[in-house]
Design a protein around this ligand. Structure first.
Ligand code: FAD
Length: 401
């Protein structure tokens, strides 16, 4: 349903800002319980259904989607991955995490998941989503009568929606985080001091699993997305200009950093090429008055350990369930413990990202001490079953309920 009729909505229990994985999952949980909500999104539906980003989803997360009736298509189309590979010293080192944990990863491109979630929310469950809105503002968050206003894309008029709760799911560049008064929150930030050139290639995967290239010239990563598209990463200096990375330069560097006794990578046209400034942040608490932040709006984890979307969905499950419990049964427990429950998982992933980042970036740091300890860390993972299991547990996330 789109915002074409002239009358502004008087009141809905929940306004959700942002139609990413977090916002759409919260919306779906609310609609399934018969709770009304409005999702506000600055982009068009076509845009969010095509925006490429994540691809690796943890098993517990898929089970969480499945329990909420949101994983039918994913379960039909997703690949199942049971191992990963590190390449260093010109050799391949496989880690069969399924043997260590009994668990696997799903590979399912984020735009496919967003497409499934928006279809279920808007077309199946009859949810109200307003695309292309402008200048979203939050009001009265520390009162019992908050509201959210925005400029209607068709008329340019400001419309106001009164509500009981606001879900801030508008990602790293949204507006909801800025509505928290600075004196009421702590923002913890970590900069990795490197950039990653994030690439999407029109080429089939060159390996049946995720590959991490640990190389003195810098990290390189290979991650399957679909049968036609593969994601690659190259560590580059922070702020590097993606235009200096020609097709030939990218492939030469990838071939070199991922070189092993395996056949060379299958090359293809580069359809995405952008430099990510690798940093993390965490906002604490994730709640102010009637505003609940979820996903990248509250915490960012650079794609080092492929955790961001998984954490966004973890928040969304807690927030959706907590809102339903409060609004339908007067049970406050979920909302009261929301921030604490999410942050415990968030910090666990932050710590793992830091640990893994040292493996990825140590050998290229130019510091012989860091380079040697990185290799010691890697050797330990491949010689100690206990160390391998500890890695696998963190990499795969928690055991599904
Ligand atoms: P978003 O997906 O950012 O959604 C927020 C939505 O809010 C967007 O649609 C945006 O348009 C909208 N919005 C913004 N501002 C406003 C506003 N003012 N008003 C209304 N709407 C607004 N994570 C993984 O778990 N696994 C991976 O393999 C992985 N790979 C990644 C690879 C790359 C290259 C990148 C960049 C990220 C990757 N991530 C991965 C992270 C993952 O993509 C994010 O963590 C995830 O998108 C967060 O979801 P979200 O719903 O919180 O935010």
């Amino acid at each position: 349903m789109t915002d074409t009729n002239a009358a502004p909505t008087a009141h809905v229990p929940v306004v959700i800002v942002g139609a990413g994985p977090a916002g759409l999952t919260v919306g779906n949980i609310l609609r399934a319980a018969g709770v009304d909500c409005v999702v506000l999104e600055t982009e068009t539906r076509e845009f969010i259904e095509q925006r490429p980003r994540a691809g690796v989803i943890e098993e517990w997360c898929v089970r969480g989607l499945e329990r909420r009736g949101l994983a039918d298509t994913l379960l039909e189309r997703a690949q199942r991955h049971t191992e990963c590979e590190f390449r260093f010293g010109g050799r391949r080192h496989r880690l069969r995490y399924v043997d260590l944990t009994g668990r696997h990863h799903y590979v399912y491109p984020q735009p496919w998941l967003v497409t499934d979630l928006v279809r279920e929310y808007a077309d199946v469950r009859g949810g109200d989503v307003r695309f292309s809105v402008r200048d979203v503002r939050l009001h009265g968050l520390d009162t019992d009568r908050p509201s959210v206003s925005y400029l209607c894309p068709d008329t340019g008029e400001r419309r106001t929606i009164r509500c009981d709760f606001v879900a801030g799911c508008d990602g790293a560049r949204g507006v909801t985080r800025a509505a928290l008064p600075p004196e009421r929150l702590r923002v913890a930030r970590h900069d990795y001091g490197v950039g990653w050139l994030a690439l999407l290639a029109e080429a089939p995967a060159s390996s049946d699993c995720v590959v991490f290239g640990i190389h003195p010239r810098g990290f390189a990563g290979h991650m399957a997305r679909s049968s036609e598209v593969t994601r690659y990463y190259l560590e580059v200096p922070r702020g590097d200009d993606p235009d200096t990375w020609s097709h030939d330069r990218v492939w030469a560097e990838l071939q070199e950093r991922l070189a092993s006794d395996a056949p060379p990578l299958t090359e293809g046209r580069l359809i995405e090429k952008r430099v990510l400034d690798m940093h993390n942040y965490v906002v604490e608490p994730m709640v102010f008055g009637r505003l609940f932040l979820a996903g990248d709006a509250a915490h960012l984890t650079a794609p080092i350990a492929a955790k961001g979307m998984n954490l966004a969905l973890h928040d969304a499950f807690h927030l959706g369930d907590g809102l339903v419990a409060h609004l339908t049964r007067g049970d406050d427990s979920g909302l009261r413990t929301y921030s604490e429950a999410c942050l415990a998982r968030v910090w666990d992933c932050q710590e793992f990202s830091l640990w893994l980042s040292e493996i990825y970036h140590g050998t290229s740091s130019g510091d012989p001490y860091r380079a040697a300890t990185t290799l010691a860390r890697l050797r330990r993972v491949f010689t100690s079953p206990a160390a391998a299991t500890a890695f696998a547990e963190q990499f795969l996330g928690p055991r599904p309920d």
